[in-house]
Ligand binder design. Structure first.
Ligand code: FAD
Length: 379
């Protein structure tokens, strides 16, 4: 599909592929098994511009577009899906809303550090009682004596343990429900702000997933992001972009599953011939490739629509829905093709299988993506 890409996009793709293969792959499985956040890799990714691909150079970004962002997250996730989501959550869920909804002062204050990767971002919408029903937030923000006072707790914040800057959603007028939610920017050292439980997970273990506890956290008025009571809308717009990131991550896992399976099926001999000779294996490979290409094209379309400032909400939901299901299916087939060895830690396919599952859950489950697509159809 390279014929769809510009010279600049192709160069970026090649550069990220090389970086990920040379620097990330050698440590990916070990880090993942040991729940280790790849601090050095993220620093290097920042130096290469990967923590701010699609944002203007005047704020410290790489000045490229969202098609390039999709290619970068896909290439990183091909080798390590944990690193892919660290970059995706940071860029799509933190840099994007600050760039889109921040005041000029907020952009000047936060974007240079975030886009260069010197600071890490985390986005906190989910609560124990507010998952798919994201508007059911119980965390409150009250304006008292010219300052915001935040109380409550959030769960499942990607990058939560390492982040310096958090975007956090709190209820400012609970009786208004989703119309009474506001977004805030919180810095990690703010008194009353702490990290609670850090989850042990099935996959993407190099990325942290943390609880955030807020006990009388005081914020200056200027830390409100966007307008009062517009937080739910900001979150939904932000998640459209986030879904592009997760679709790209899922594509990386699907491609990893396919490429490793092609290689293995040529090398593994049974019945005096490579297993690639068996039609049963060939059909699995053919289906994996066809589904990958279909998902890639959907994600390319959604990224291009974002670049063209079109309404891409349903397109992003389709890209994420398709890519995540393709990743899960490709990883399952990859283990099948690797036989018993695929079930062991000697091959990477067991990691792909564990990593793939989350792409069907976060930033809106597959059921929620179908709901978004159907709503768009029936409006
Ligand atoms: C590893 C990880 C990282 C995450 N990172 C972040 C992050 O950075 N920031 C953040 O804010 N959140 C994050 N999340 C939270 C994630 O987005 C939610 O877990 C997800 O949206 C689902 O919410 P839930 O877990 O409460 O499931 P629930 O909403 O309880 O859903 C349970 C089941 O019910 C189904 N369901 C719910 N409502 C409907 C409906 N209306 N129609 C049909 N089916 C429905 C769901 O599809 C699912 O199958 C993360 C989660 C994980 C596990």
């Amino acid at each position: 599909m390279d014929f769809l890409l510009t010279e600049e996009q192709l160069m970026l793709k090649e550069m990220v592929e090389k970086f990920a293969k040379d620097k990330i792959l050698p440590v990916a499985s070990e880090n993942e098994r040991n729940h280790l956040f790849p601090t050095e890799i993220i620093k290097e990714a920042g130096e290469l511009g990967l923590m701010g691909v699609a944002y203007p150079t005047e704020y410290g970004g790489a000045g490229m577009d969202f098609v390039s962002y999709f290619l970068a997250v896909e290439a990183v996730s091909r080798y390590c899906a944990s690193t892919g989501v660290i970059i995706s959550a940071h860029s799509s869920l933190v840099c994007d809303p600050i760039f889109n909804f921040g005041t000029e002062e907020q952009k000047q204050k936060y974007l240079p550090g975030l886009l260069s990767g010197q600071k890490i971002g985390s986005f906190s919408l989910t609560e124990s009682g507010a998952g798919s029903d994201a508007g059911a937030t119980k965390t409150t923000a009250k304006f008292v004596d010219g300052r915001w006072l935040l109380n409550g707790s959030k769960i499942f914040a990607t990058n939560g343990k390492e982040a310096d800057v958090f975007i956090l959603l709190a209820s400012t007028e609970p009786e208004k429900k989703t119309r009474g939610v506001t977004a805030f920017i919180v810095e990690k050292d703010t008194p009353g702000y702490s990290i609670g439980k850090v989850e042990r997970k099935l996959g993407i273990r190099s990325s942290s997933t943390a609880e955030i506890v807020l006990e009388n956290v005081e914020l200056p008025a200027e830390n409100m992001l966007g307008e009062l009571n517009q937080g739910f809308k900001i979150s939904m717009i932000t998640l459209d972009g986030g879904r592009l990131g997760i679709a790209s991550q899922a594509l990386g896992i699907a491609r990893a599953s396919l490429e490793d399976s092609v290689k293995y099926s040529k090398e593994r001999y049974q019945f005096d011939q490579p297993i690639a000779n068996f039609q049963a294996i060939q059909w699995m490979l053919a289906d994996m490739k066809t589904e990958y290409d279909a998902a890639w094209l959907l994600t390319y379309r959604a990224s291009l629509m974002k670049d063209k400032k079109m309404n891409y909400s349903a397109a992003a939901a389709m890209a994420k829905l398709k890519s995540s299901e393709v990743a899960m299916d490709a990883a399952r087939k990859a283990i099948q093709i690797h036989g018993g060895y695929g079930y062991t830690e000697d091959f990477n396919v067991e990691r792909y299988y564990r990593d793939a599952k989350i792409t069907e859950i976060y930033e809106g489950t597959s059921e929620i993506q179908r709901l978004v697509i159907a709503r768009d159809l029936l409006k």
